[in-house]
Ligand binder design. Structure first.
Ligand code: EPZ
Length: 421
């Protein structure tokens, strides 16, 4: 397995361009299953998870041209409605083909996505809502079986999610766009990636209102057409580079980003002492002195994103003062803490709360990546730690960060990938 070797201590400077958002590209690619017309999607990031989605669409019989940048998906040739275990186990977001397959073909068999490092991650809300739309949903031998009686259309209805679920909202949205009648989704996720999926579906002819709010109203149509769509910038990738600049007391500009989608993160970085400016599609950050530690409560959008929690913890552990981070979304998203401690961080865990007291410096050490965003946190810590940090299992990073070592190197970081022999 590849590893990263980072020599810390260089303040980052320069410009970096954000790639397309992983968590918008994946549902939008799944959404291409809803039409037999060809769909062109631009700004697709070059990521392992995107490659997995391309492989999954191919296994279903769709033709996919390209794996990054601008790709074309033709689902007119889909001849299989089973998402197999070997692909779903590598990427839980494969469950996003469930709604589109059921909506278009009246049936779907999707391997039950297991838990992962950060939590059990059930899909009960997805299945409850599909049942409400008229599907028969059973779980047998580790698979979700969903079908409509005599492969009729789903029937629109009112659905209230018990709690906010991003891919749950996306799956049901994609099921509802071809259902008979009106569906109202309440307590829907409002993440920018959900908004991007709504805009993509509208572009194909879907009738959706309330976009960006917690109440989505969908009036089903008989069929959707193809089209061309450009995926929005990745706010989590952009936020990660901004924290990289803050933690190294550097000065960078992130381009091709939507500042409004990062408001909660920018607020916290400003509270930490960063000087932040922004324009239509860029954000600059300068951290002129040791940052101040900031308290964080993760929450559904527009609250502070759980996907930025590990990154902010890396900042807090080298910041002035003490702070608490409450992780309210996932039950086990502190896997980075034990690794940060190996670098000298002072962090105590009390249930869903991490209490840190900043240290003047971290020392480089060999550490282990456990999940995508924990890996990002460890990279950030390595950028500021004294000496060398070696990060094992960087395949976690490759799932969600396009060419991260090239982008960091361009900002002055001393990072190299050591290929597994
Ligand atoms: C999406 O995961 C993202 N993944 C995650 O990003 C992100 O952390 C998460 O939303 C929260 O923002 C993609 O979009 C591909 P949820 P998702 O359903 O949809 C519970 C990354 O690093 N829940 O919003 O799986 C669940 O256990 C990844 O890019 C149920 O109980 O998350 C969690 O505690 C990691 N039942 C909470 O809700 C359900 O049916 C939020 O989960 C569904 C969810």
């Amino acid at each position: 397995m590849d590893k990263f070797v980072i020599r810390g201590g260089v303040p980052l400077s320069g410009e970096v361009i954000a790639s397309g958002a992983k968590n918008a590209a994946l549902p939008i690619m799944a959404g291409a299953l809803l039409t037999s017309d060809s769909v062109t999607i631009a700004n697709i990031p070059q990521l392992r998870d995107v490659k997995t989605m391309v492989a999954l669409l191919g296994r279903l019989g769709a033709h996919v041209d390209g794996e990054s940048g601008q790709i074309q998906i033709d689902s007119s040739t889909v001849n299989n409605t089973e998402a197999p275990y070997d692909l779903v186990k590598t990427m839980r977001a494969s469950v996003l083909v469930l709604g589109p397959l059921l909506a278009r073909f009246g049936e779907a068999k999707v391997s039950l996505p297991g838990g992962c490092a950060i939590g059990v991650r059930p899909v009960d809300q997805h299945l409850k809502a599909l049942t409400a739309l008229g599907a028969t949903v059973t779980i047998e031998n580790g698979f979700i079986y969903a079908r409509t009686p005599n492969q009729q259309r789903l029937r629109g209805c009112d659905i209230v999610f018990d709690h906010v679920t991003v891919t749950g909202t996306e799956n049901i949205l994609m099921a509802a766009v071809l259902a008979q009648g009106r569906t109202v989704l309440r307590n829907a996720a409002r993440e920018p990636e959900v908004v991007d999926l709504c805009h993509f579906l509208q572009q194909m002819g879907a009738k959706i209102s309330g976009i960006g709010t917690a109440i989505l109203t969908i009036d089903g149509v008989e069929a959707l057409g193809g089209g061309h769509y450009h995926v929005l910038p990745d706010r989590i990738e952009a936020g990660t580079y901004l924290v990289a600049a803050a933690i190294t007391q550097g000065d960078i500009v992130v381009r091709q980003v939507q500042p409004a989608s990062l408001a909660a993160v920018l607020q916290k970085l400003s509270d930490a002492g960063a000087a932040i400016n922004s324009g239509d599609d860029w954000v600059s950050l300068h951290m002129p002195q040791q940052p101040k530690a900031v308290n964080i409560n993760t929450a559904p959008y527009p609250g502070f994103p759980t996907d930025m929690q590990a990154q902010m913890m890396a900042l807090n552990v080298v910041a002035k003062g003490a702070a608490t981070i409450n992780e309210t979304i996932f039950e086990n998203r502190f896997m980075h803490v034990q690794e940060l401690r190996r670098m000298g961080a002072q962090v105590k865990l009390q249930g869903h709360t991490a209490v840190s007291s900043g240290v003047a410096k971290l020392t480089g050490a060999p550490v282990m990546a456990t999940d995508l965003r924990a890996s990002a946190g460890l990279i950030l810590a390595g950028l500021v730690a004294e000496g060398h940090t070696t990060i094992e299992r960087v395949y976690h990073v490759d799932r969600g960060y396009e060419r991260i070592e090239a982008k960091l190197t361009a900002l002055g970081a001393q990072i190299e990938r050591q290929l597994a022999d």
